[in-house]
Design a protein around this ligand. Structure first.
Ligand code: GTB
Length: 217
């Protein structure tokens, strides 16, 4: 059965692949699962029909027969569990890959999103110049720790996994901030993720929505 995911009809990222449907698309591409996309117009995001699928009125969602999921982490985990390719067979390595998914979402993403929200919502405010440095410092802490973890390795724990997929997409939210350049090992890690053919296919598909030539289900 071909799953259907949701994405912004008009993403505020203007096709840069920063919205969270990108990580779901990427996971589906990595495992070779075809998918349809339902684009949600802004006026419909908080309407009952969409909230019936996503109680917080957000994207992405995932529908596959009777199964309806929201939360990008849960969706990527589901895809990784149902298909080979994103989680190791060895039970301990699998547990660690899942741990890295949680680390991406619970430890690394919050300071990155806080910094980005401060920029989006407060950059015109008089207090912004003072507010920004502590936000950036909190991001630097996780980037430093991540660069130590990575060392010279290509991926976080052996072969590429759903943990790397999630981490790379979380880190991409720093694009344009200049902060990744302070940690060349982490920047190279993100570039490795972006170079994967599955990433490229997912990126092109969401970019086609912005360009107005996407095929949707
Ligand atoms: N925890 C949820 C998940 O992981 O699925 C969070 C989902 C979420 O934040 N969805 C956002 C959304 O629907 C889109 S991805 N927002 C609309 C709303 O809340 O009303 C977040 C996002 C949005 C825009 C950019 N951007 O423009 O760069 C980047 C990321």
């Amino acid at each position: 059965m071909i799953p259907t995911i949701t994405a912004f009809e008009r993403s505020p990222d203007r096709g840069r692949g920063l919205a969270r449907d990108m990580r779901v698309r990427w996971a589906l591409e990595e495992v070779g699962q075809a998918y349809d996309v339902r684009l949600v117009p802004w006026p419909e995001m908080k309407q009952p029909a969409h909230r019936a699928v996503q109680p917080f009125g957000q994207i992405p969602t995932y529908e596959e027969g009777d199964l309806v999921l929201f939360e990008s982490g849960a969706i990527v985990f589901h895809v990784a569990e149902r298909h080979p390719g994103l989680l190791p067979q060895d039970a301990n390595a699998r547990a660690r890959a899942i741990m890295w998914m949680f680390a991406a979402l619970n430890t690394v993403e919050p300071p990155i999103v806080e910094r980005s929200m401060a920029f989006l919502l407060e950059r015109e405010k008089s207090w912004y110049a003072e507010r920004l440095p502590p936000f950036k410092d909190r991001v630097r802490v996780v980037l430093h720790d991540l660069s130590v973890q990575l060392g010279d390795a290509d991926w976080l724990d052996g072969a590429f996994s759903a943990g790397d997929l999630m981490m790379v997409h979380v880190l991409r939210r720093l694009e344009g901030s200049g902060m990744l350049d302070e940690f060349p090992g982490v920047a190279a890690y993100v570039a490795r993720g972006e170079a994967r053919p599955a990433y490229q296919r997912a990126f092109d598909a969401q970019r086609a929505v912005f360009a107005g030539n996407a095929s949707t289900g």
